[in-house]
Design a protein around this ligand. Structure first.
Ligand code: NAD
Ligand code: G6P
Ligand code: MN
Ligand code: MN
Length: 431
């Protein structure tokens, strides 16, 4: 009997998860789903709850679905806890995207100073959730989607006793996209991933076991490349793709094309607003759809969100653990030697063998010199952000931003940090 608690159950992505549970009902006998949210999310939670019940009924499944604002009750005795929360909501996200722009720095919700602010708001809440899991469901697996996934997973691993795996749809998206570009079956495509969340590269790519990395690089040089709905669709410089020798992820555009992205976002700000503001509109339409009694399946419109298809990652991972499959998944977990140029105890995004004891990272070797500096720098930024959050420490926060490759100077770092603290005063204190 399998119990899953979804924290942030009112998320518009929840139908994604439910769809995944329905698709895998035969191998994954879920008995109880607890959808949990907070007071502010209650209206969304109610709509998601009714839709979930309709989806389960249509699928002819016998799963008990509950909605609650009582997180402790929902967590108690769960086998899996899925976290997908947004502390401060989309309003706070809009600020994360706007504050850095004031100083000509990219404002993005997971990367750079925007992701830093989101991390600081989120860490205290995730610590509370973990305390409850330790107390009420000590054997549960925490599957974390909450961004920034790298930083949150790092904090959980270092500062709690909760068994956790961080997940993102970027690796899945890269496999799907490259299979499309090559016009091959994605089941035959294997990518050796190396790096961090939203900072992950394909080191080698294999089709039916044959190394086709150079062929993929040639294709990408023609201009086609994986992207996501939430990232400006700028073409890669073919010279960069050739010289990197590994496959970047869509989020690398923020680092290799800072100037272009900044220009593009500034223009977009006057035309369509921040991504948060665009998402507010999409979300409104999504919830209108979700409210309709005739809607009994995950609507196509959900594909307009950047996180589309993430249930593929989540539910297949849960099934791999539950059924002890020893299956390969791309996950965020402790390095343990998988990447030789990274410390053993930091969280990385790599392939791992997943079974009932969790995820065991597969050795992927050295970070090539072309990408080593950037990845290590971002890891240092992440570690300092965890320090800042856990100790509420201004110095660590400042050094985190100073270490972030998107922040040009200490002066800018200070101004952004002070704005973040001031404008997030409900959520963030640093001394
Ligand atoms: P959302 O704004 O819909 O928030 C989800 C729910 O969390 C809301 O219903 C909200 O009320 C609730 N919430 C807020 N604070 C909470 C708290 N303290 N405790 C419990 N619930 C709380 O957000 P969303 O767009 O669905 O995204 C949710 C999270 O998932 C974000 O952190 C986002 O970055 C992340 N995400 C990650 C991936 C990935 O690839 N890992 C993909 C998509 C979204
Ligand atoms: C991508 C990322 C997620 C991120 C999402 C944003 O899928 O992997 O981590 O949260 O996009 O999408 P949104 O529609 O909220 O802008
Ligand atoms: Mn992601
Ligand atoms: Mn301090």
């Amino acid at each position: 009997k399998l119990k899953i608690a979804v924290i942030g159950g009112g998320s518009s992505y929840t139908p994604e998860l439910i769809d995944g549970i329905i698709q895998r009902a035969i191998e994954l006998p879920v008995h109880e789903i607890q959808l949990v949210d907070i007071k502010e999310g209650e209206d969304k939670l109610n709509i998601i709850y009714s839709l979930t019940k309709r989806m389960i009924k249509k699928a002819g499944l016998d799963i008990e679905v509950y909605k609650t604002l009582n997180r402790r009750k929902a967590i108690a005795n769960s086998d899996f806890v899925v976290t997908q929360i947004r502390v401060g909501g989309l309003k706070a996200r809009a600020l994360d995207e706007k504050i850095p722009i004031r100083y000509d720095v990219i404002g993005q919700e997971t990367t750079g100073p925007g992701g830093f602010a989101k991390a600081l708001r989120t860490m205290p809440v995730m610590l509370e959730i973990c305390k409850e899991i330790e107390e009420l469901a000590p054997n549960a697996w925490l599957i974390n989607f909450t961004n920034p996934v790298s930083i949150i997973t790092e904090m959980v691993l270092k500062h709690t006793n909760v068994k956790t795996i961080g997940l993102c749809n970027v690796p899945v998206g890269m496999v799907n996209n490259i299979a499309e570009i090559l016009e091959c079956d994605k089941a035959n495509l294997k990518i050796d991933f190396i790096g961090l969340n939203h900072m992950v590269y394909g080191k080698r790519i294999y089709l039916e076991g044959i190394d086709i990395t150079t062929k993929v690089i040639d294709k990408l040089m023609e201009g086609k490349s994986p992207n996501m709905r939430n990232i400006p669709d700028l073409n890669w410089d073919p010279e960069l793709i050739k010289s990197l020798k590994v496959i970047p992820c869509p989020y690398h555009k923020y680092f290799y094309m800072k100037d272009k992205i900044l220009e593009e976002t500034k223009q977009g700000l006057t035309e369509q607003g921040t991504r948060a503001e665009q998402v507010m509109k999409i979300e409104e339409e999504l919830f209108q759809l979700y409210s309709q009694k005739e809607v009994e399946e995950k609507p196509k419109k959900l594909e307009e969100r950047g996180g589309a298809y993430y249930s593929e990652a989540a539910i297949s991972l849960i099934s791999a653990i539950y059924n002890d499959k020893s299956e390969i998944h791309t996950v965020n977990i402790g390095n343990n030697g998988a990447i030789s140029s990274m410390p053993g105890n930091v969280v990385v995004e790599v392939n791992a063998v997943v079974g009932k004891n969790g995820a065991k990272p597969i050795t992927v070797g050295e970070l090539p010199t072309e990408i080593k500096g950037l990845v290590q720098m971002v890891k240092a930024y992440e570690l300092l952000t965890v320090e800042a959050g856990v100790n509420q420490c201004y110095s660590s926060g400042l050094m985190a931003l100073v270490s972030n490759p998107l922040v040009p100077s200490v002066d800018v770092a200070k101004q952004i940090l002070d704005d973040i603290i001031l404008e997030n005063n409900r959520y963030i204190t640093l001394d």
